[in-house]
Design a protein around this ligand. Structure first.
Ligand code: SAH
Length: 211
């Protein structure tokens, strides 16, 4: 994607979702074309979600903007864990805002492709793992932020133990046949939840799928 096209792309996102300069710059820097399914590069600048493979989707850049914003990241944040790597686009955006990104994917083919993309793009601060993200990734816990890129019925409270005190977990929660981006803030033994807005994600699935 040319520099000018990527600037227009980031601007188009900023016109729909109010984002800060840092996030806007991340959208300029990460070439979405790399994350598109083969034969779909024509749609690189579309603001819609698109089907990839294995019945999964690459999120709309507007959704990526909203989810990232909901994390309320700041300069003192060190690490973020994403559940549901898919194409890897969301993780690549996060890699521009956090020192370390950890991401988990349950479908082996998607995992391998995302891993190759991170390598090609030299995104060394992204650590990817093939597995069931429902259990999180204990080895590098606790995280400053946790992001679910697949929807859940109940808040993933088990993962709160892998969140730092004062940390934030964002997840699309299924409620009354809708999905709502929900933010959970861990404060000692208390968890405060805030509903942000409606969204659409594929549901979280237990276990792994080997190719
Ligand atoms: N973040 C992606 C879009 C994710 S789509 C992007 O930017 O393109 C949701 C992804 O979550 C799918 O790839 C799906 O396979 C994955 N997923 C669903 N349940 C999961 C689980 N239990 N553990 C890890 N990944 C899961």
């Amino acid at each position: 994607m040319s520099r000018i096209r990527s600037m227009h792309f980031a601007q188009a996102i900023a016109e729909k979702v109010s984002i800060d300069e840092k996030l806007k710059k991340a959208f300029e820097e990460v070439d979405r074309e790399f994350f598109m399914p083969k034969g779909f590069s024509f749609y690189t600048h579309s603001l819609d979600a698109l089907p990839i493979q294995a019945g999964q989707w690459i999120s709309s850049p507007l959704t990526v903007a909203k989810m990232t914003k909901a994390l309320e990241y700041n300069l003192s944040n060190d690490s973020v864990l994403e559940i549901g790597c898919g194409s890897g686009y969301q993780a690549a955006i996060l890699s521009k805002l956090f020192r370390r990104v950890f991401t988990i994917e349950r479908i082996e083919t998607l995992f391998s492709e995302a891993k190759n993309r991170f390598k090609k793009l030299d995104l060394k601060n992204i650590h990817i793992r093939f597995g069931d993200g429902i259990n999180g990734w204990k080895m590098y816990a606790p995280y400053d932020r946790i992001l679910f890129s697949a929807s859940c019925i109940t808040p993933p409270l088990a993962l709160l133990s892998q969140l730092k005190d004062g940390g934030i977990l964002v997840a699309p929660i299924e409620k009354n046949k809708k999905q709502i981006i929900t933010r959970y803030i861990k404060q000692g033994k208390r968890v405060i939840s805030q509903e942000i807005e409606e969204c659409f994600f594929v549901p979280i699935v237990e276990g792994v799928q080997k190719s």
